[in-house]
Structures are given as structure tokens and as C-alpha cells.
Design a protein around this ligand. Sequence first.
Ligand SMILES: Nc1ncnc2c1ncn2[C@@H]1O[C@H](COP(=O)(O)OP(=O)(O)O)[C@@H](O)[C@H]1O
Ligand SMILES: Cc1cn([C@H]2C[C@H](O)[C@@H](COP(=O)(O)OP(=O)(O)O)O2)c(=O)[nH]c1=O
Length: 560
Amino acid sequence: MFIVFEGIDGSGKTTLSNRVARELRRAGLTVRHVREDGRLASPVSEGLRRFTRDPLHLALTPVAELLLYAAREAQLLEEVTRPALAEHDVVIADRFLYTAEVLARFGRGLPEAEVRPVLDTCQRGLHPDRVFLIDVDPAIARARRRASKLLAKDRSTPSRKGLTGTGLQARLRAGYRSLAVASPERWSIIENTDVPLDEQVTRLVEDVLRARRGEAPLFHAGLTRPTVPVRSLPEARGRFLARLDGWTVDEPGLAAWFLAGMEGQDVEARRALLAERCPELIAHGLAGLTHPAAWEWRHRLEAAAPEHVLASLTDDASDTPEAWHLRERWEARAPEAVAASLTGLDSERAWLMRDRLSRTAPEPVMVSLSGLDSARAWDERWRWLSSRGGDAAFADEGVARALCRSLRGVDSERAWEWRERAMAVAPDAVLRSLEGLDSPRAWALREQHAARAPKAVIGSLTGLDVPAAWKLRETFGVACEEVLDSLTGMDVPAAWRLRTVLADTWPSATVKSLGLLAATARGQALTLELLERHPHDFALLRQAARTASQLEEEPRHGVA
Ligand SMILES: Nc1ncnc2c1ncn2[C@@H]1O[C@H](COP(=O)(O)OP(=O)(O)O)[C@@H](O)[C@H]1O
Ligand SMILES: Cc1cn([C@H]2C[C@H](O)[C@@H](COP(=O)(O)OP(=O)(O)O)O2)c(=O)[nH]c1=O
């Protein structure tokens, strides 16, 4: 029998399908997993996967992308899956042609009539016996992915997948769910958020064994969504914290991740519960925080997670006396993290520290020049580039990426010469380096790439209040949630208009985009309206919970 696991990135397909395969073997069945431990059994399919993930291919069109994703599955099917079906009791796949279908139709908007013939050609009548849709709120899937990357110190280069933006995951999830609801005889929806892993594996194994005996599935494709309205910001905070508390035992990392950026006694109590088990995640979540409890946490966690504590010295926390003490204490023992924490600082003190660190942590020192266009900054960049072999080093993707990060927000002639060279090996990094730029060259590049790499382009519009920026935001707002991130705190009519238009498409991003305006009467009214209409949206609950603590601090704003 043929079992397929589908779902968005980070939903749990790889973990669950591998464990189910192992358990079925233990139960005495012969099992072939065509992607054991995450590696596709066909090297051709692995090669196609690498090709579609390579950010160098950011111009890939939706039709070309469909053909490549379909080719990856077709190859695996012909080369491995079909032969395995003849020889094993159970064949398991982690993704199938549904991945190509959902990306093309729901992700990119290609019509079904164009997509179907491609799928039929690849599938040639073969259908899985069961499809498990591993279903998770995209905000939770993303948190799991990012938290595990942070803990694994995974510094792999960015993939093309980061260029479309998080909104794509919401469309893919909706697409998967509609396929499941349309074919309940084949699909089961497995909610994978509040069920411990072991229990989930046991249930899935039992379901496969039932299917082999011809019995009805344990799971079904129906969607259950209880609706309990949220009527106030404190209630939203209560509900958010209750959800976190539910994860404290079985998935403390997730609870720790979602405490990031938050303040308040109730939050500090949770940090205290989690700090020993998840010091890195708690430290990471202090980024930018400057209230006294945040500094206390940094001191308590610096021995266990020095790099994460140093990485939290951003924004308002970056140029404070406490931050400098921390840097000085760790300068010799964690030079790279200290150098990275100097990002954007242009004071004499920052330069003296860079001078001391340029031998032990040359690359982070160079990257920390982000936004600086002074002669001193350029001397440092040149020095680094010569140490890497001079101009020829631009051909190295890692060098080009590091230079682009260092050039963020720099608009001088030299910066553009370097961008042109970096374009050939790291075009996505060049787009990100346009942060805040308002020059004709920056606009030309944005226009050229916005359709295929909207997140990278839109991410560079932060704070720009000019007609060209509004035009791009309006064009891409419905597809790309990050449009809202680019207006954080803006109080101009165009910003409010976009918030109103996009509110129900991206509720949590809308509230996040309010920044400090969230505490105003207008901000609160918008948040409450959205809570009423989207009481299930966890990311929205979290944003509302943040506003609730802003109000406690600033009662003068009153309640709308
Ligand atoms: N039921 C669960 N409870 C807790 N963590 C889970 C659960 N399911 C998956 N995870 C975790 O979520 C993360 C993403 O899972 P993964 O299998 O890599 O997803 P995918 O293959 O769908 O991208 C992993 O860190 C995994 O351990
Ligand atoms: C190209 C692209 C794909 N995807 C989705 C579409 C597919 O469902 C999925 C395929 O990812 P991929 O990394 O190619 O394979 P896997 O997840 O199996 O390791 O990623 C994005 O989320 N963003 C993107 O920009």
C-alpha cells in the first residue's frame, strides 16, 4: 500500500513519516520510505530539489516551477516508488505530486486546467491509498522551523523559498485543506500542534494498520473549528498565555520561542519556568528589549548562552551602557558574536572595538558596517575583501552575501559597483541590501524582481513614504504579508488605507504593523475587530497580547 505525507514546510512530515516507517517495520511489515531521513531516494530528484531551491534561479516562472516540481516527483515515482510498491507491504512518501499541484494552483494561481494535464502525465493513474495532511498553523510551523535552526546553529545560505514571503504558506495550507475536503476517501487531516509526537506516531501507525485490514480511517478530512470569541485585549493575552502553558511540558521550545519580544510579570514568570531548559531561545527572544527584567535575564543567561545574549543587543538595546559591559566581558571569549552585535553602530567606542576584533572576527566586523558609508567603513571593507583574494572573490557566493549585508542601506557609487558584481552569484542578497534606498537604481531593481521575489523586495521598503513605495505595496499586499511589516508604526493615510484593505487577509501582520500606534484608540479598535473575526489566529492573539502590555504601561491612551 502507498502512503503519502503532505503539508506545508515545518508541519512535521519528515519527523512523522520516518518514525511511522520505523514503527511499521517493528510491527513486522516490509516498508520502503522513498525519502528516508529526509533524503530523496532518487539522486535526480535530489538534484531537481536543489535546483528549485537555489536563489540564483529567482527568475523561475510559475509554469517552469510547476514542471520542475512535477519532474522531481515523476522521477522518484518511476525510479523508486513504483518498483518498491511491487516488493513491499508499505511504501511511504514524504510529499507527492500534490506538492507540485498546490504550489502551482494555490501558491502561484495557475488555473487547474493547465496544471492537471501535467500531473496526469506524471501520475499515470497511480493514486496513494492514504494521504496524511499534516496540518499546522503556518505561524507555528515557522516557529518550529526557526527555533530548531537556531538551536542547530544552522547557518546554511538562504534558499529561493524565502523570497516569496510567509503568505505563501497560508495559501498552500488552504490549498491542501481544500484538496483534502474534496477527497475525504483518500485524505485525512492530522492536526499536529497540540498532540505529543509519540502519541501522534502511535495514532498514525494504527491508522495504517487499519487501512491494511480494510477498516475505516481513524482520522477524517473534516475541519473542526470551535468558535469562542475574544472580546478584550486582556482576554487575548490570557488566551495566548494559556496556549503557551499547554506547550510548556511537551514542547518547551515552542513556548520559549513565542515569549520573544514580550514584557510583563506574567511573561517573566514563564521565562523563569523555561530558562533552564531553553536558555538559547529565551536569550534570543530578548532582542531589542530594554526593561530591567530583560537585563537581568541577559545576566542570568550569559554563561549558558553567550552568543544568543549578545545577539539580543539590537535596536534600543544596542547602544546602552549595559550592552557595552556585556560586549567587553565577552570580547575575548565570543569575538564573532560581539562583532556581529556592533551592527550599524558608528560611535568611537564601536570603532575601537572593531579595531580590536578585526583579527579574530574579520567577517562579522565587516558585516557589522551595515548602513555605514564613511571612509573608515570602506577601508575596513576593502581590507576584508583583499584578505579574501580581492576582486576575484566576488565570484564566491559567501563573500558576495557578506558584502551585501555590509552594504545594506548604502547608496554610493562604490556600493553599486559591488552590487553589480554580487548580482551574478547572490541576486537575493543584493535585493535585501536595498533597505531604505530611494534612488532610481534601487527602484529599477525592485521593479524588475518584485514579481518573483516579493518578500526580498518589499522587505527593503521599510519606512519609505514615497509614491513608488506605495505603488509596490498596493500591488503586492494581497500576496505578500511582509508589505505590512514595511509600514510598522507609520501614521499616514496611505498606511491606514492599506491596513484596512489587508486586515482580513493578514490579521496578525496588520496589528503588528501598528507598532506603537497599537495602543491608540484607533489601533485598539482595529485589533478588537480583528480578534472578533479571527479568534483562532494564534499569531493575532500574540500581537494582541503585546498590545495589552503596552496599555498597562501607558494607561493614558484609554480604551476605545
Ligand atoms: N507533534 C509534534 N510535537 C512537537 N514537535 C513536533 C511535532 N511534529 C513535528 N515537530 C517538530 O517540528 C519540526 C518540523 O518538523 P519536520 O518533520 O522537519 O517538518 P517538515 O518535514 O514538514 O518540514 C521538527 O523540529 C519536529 O521535531
Ligand atoms: C519555491 C517555493 C516553494 N515552497 C514550498 C512549495 C513546496 O510545497 C515546498 C517544497 O520545498 P522543497 O524545499 O523544494 O522540498 P522539501 O520541503 O520537500 O524539502 O516548498 C515555498 O514554501 N516557498 C517557495 O518559494
